[in-house]
Design a protein around this ligand. Sequence first.
Ligand code: ADQ
Length: 468
Amino acid sequence: MARLVVVSNRVPLPSERGAKAGGLAVALADALRPGSLWFGWSGRRSNRGTATTHVQRSDSITYATVDLTEADYNAFYVNFSNGALWPLLHFRMGLLEFHAEDYAGYRSVNRQFAASLKPLLQPDDLIWVHDYHLIPMAMELRALGVGNRIGFFLHTPFVPPQVFQALPRSGELLAALAAYDVVGFHTAAYRTAFLDCASDCLGVTPRPNGSFAFRSRTVQTIVDPIGIDADGFAAQAATAVRSPEARALRESLAGKLLAIGVDRLDYSKGLSNRFVAIGRFFGNYPEHRRQISFLQVAARSREDQHAYQRLRRELDRIVGETNGRYSEFDWTPLRYMTRAVKRETLAGFFRLARVAVVTPLRDGMNLVAKEYIAAQDPDDPGVLILSKFAGAADEMSAALIVNPYDSDEIAETMHRALTMSLEERRERWQTLHAVVATNTAERFCHVFLSHLARAERHVDRPPLRAIS
Ligand code: ADQ
């Protein structure tokens, strides 16, 4: 069987796993068989940059990482990946900041990564590249003569041509994506948006199966929604609900109900609108005051960017206003913590919560929605309120679906969730659980890798020249 090589911006090194472990490491756990290699950025900035590759092994998996210089970190990671691509791919053109020198840094880091990875590759390796930081990676590997099968999975949404073309040099990124053999998206809408961009900009004609030809290569696009280890998470939740943290949380509620939100502190997650909605909820439905507390766990993220600093200030203000207005000396409506919480602790918190409010303005998928469902007690499950702009809404239509821009609708839906009969809660949960238990992380990897394994190899082709 071919060896799997995973490439991602951050590599979750076994030595560093803590509260932040999860995400990709959990999603890929089944696919990472002994012998696999994981390559990417170490998370460190140093003067040596990518000149040295650090290799460590754990559980028969090899982790190979490189550092970034301060200049590359700023151009590649802070400015272009997170200051241009992230807002663009979340429909936030107003936040997009493009500078040619950052784009040059982005291209350069992808070239450096390709050069560092190449000596570690074996001819039959299946290479699976993750996310928007590394769009040009395949093109750079091809330019070095790498003929392996290379796949790419985009964890964010993809946007229609009118939005994508707002990014200068966007045509180059589309051509770069066409250097992959397989390109995967969470939903059919994202794939369609990508194919529309490729048709408009590259002049390709997609076939009904989602493939297209470009520069005498075939690119297969697929829809492959990411999932979680639903059984594992459910077991964790059932145990963690008795943990000291969950017990302390339950005691602090003094018999009242809990609603929960868990997100990275990111403007795509719709936290401002959610917090406004919580105020409206307690304002419009005073019967719930003192009966429920909302706990928001928001892990700080990308703190060196202005948009994130502004967001934090805005959230502090709304939380202050809401709590100032509705708190009692022995009851706080909105509990807000800006740090990550360990996965198992979260699992217990999810199980305790009668309602989860997952209202991103845009989200590639949103795994919190799936984790919340997996964590519930089947006999007494909670209710999921989910944004229609999360990729998860495609599969999870049995949730209470809301428009995340409409704070009044969110408030009204919270009231509906809290007054829902046990029978309806069970019915909705069973439908949602069937989806989460079927479309798992294991299935996600299996679908992607079986498409990649079927792709044609390119050993005899002349190297694809990188676009300069
Ligand atoms: P993220 O934007 O990070 O991921 P999400 O899918 O919600 O978003 O969360 C990923 C993981 O982080 C989940 O396991 C969640 O439990 C954990 N997490 C979130 N907030 C946390 C907190 N405060 N403390 C501890 N853990 C926390 C990107 C895309 C998503 C897509 C994923 C996977 O933006 O749309 O679902 O990749 O493809």
